[in-house]
Ligand binder design. Structure first.
Ligand SMILES: [Zn+2]
Length: 209
């Protein structure tokens, strides 16, 4: 599977372009900003974007979704528990002193039990509330890879002090579906360097206490 991870926007959100080498179909996860860069990477690999997946409705992850949809015609997928947060994009823009990207129209809600596909590449959706009510992770079992949004970072976890955040829920999400994954699973967090489930199980201060 083709997988490019690169930071976008002022908050350096990790955006993923994931493509099927055979069918050249792709999904883009968390196109927060810098959509021209995203489209360059898509073009370099000769991919067609079919799905735009948003791990949660914070502006640094969802801000470029409408522009990417206009360029590709792909569907926007977000868990419905984040629809309220999505309506607050203007407020979120003001928090970080940037211009509002305008409204984002979601095509479908996704949650636990759903699968997102790009060609023959399939990801299982894990609803992992805590950072926000509608936070999700995507697990690519074939490649043992987890795109974790802001639920899990190398050495840390997502903040829970913003609207919709819950420390209790993020710990339940981590100790439930996330840590149930195999140790060798590569974790692509919403910001910062990649890690593995085993590394975080052993050394993440939030998970070892
Ligand atoms: Zn966030």
């Amino acid at each position: 599977m083709i997988h490019e991870v690169f930071p976008v926007g002022v908050l350096q959100c990790n955006c993923s372009v994931i493509g099927d080498e055979q069918t050249r179909e792709a999904m883009v996860i968390d196109p927060g900003d810098d959509i021209d860069n995203v489209l360059d990477i898509v073009r370099q690999h000769g991919l067609t974007v079919k799905q735009i997946v948003i791990t949660h409705a914070h502006i640094d992850h969802v801000g470029g979704a409408t522009k990417l949809k206009q360029a590709t015609g792909a569907s926007i997928l977000l868990n419905q528990n984040d629809y309220t947060l999505l309506k607050m994009l203007d407020v979120q823009a003001a928090w970080i002193g940037m211009q509002s990207p305008g409204a984002v129209a979601v095509d479908s809600s996704i949650g636990t039990g759903d699968k997102v596909a790009a060609g023959n590449i399939v990801a299982d959706v894990l609803h992992t509330p805590g950072h926000t009510e509608g936070s999700i992770c995507l697990y690519f079992e074939s490649d043992k890879k987890l795109v974790a949004g802001d639920t899990l970072f190398a050495g840390s976890i997502g903040r829970t002090d913003l609207p919709g955040g819950s420390y209790k829920k993020i710990m339940q999400s981590l100790q439930g579906p996330v840590l149930a994954l195999p140790d060798e699973t590569i974790v692509v967090p919403g910001h910062g360097p990649l890690t593995t489930i085993g590394e975080e199980r052993d050394s993440n201060p939030f998970l070892t206490r």
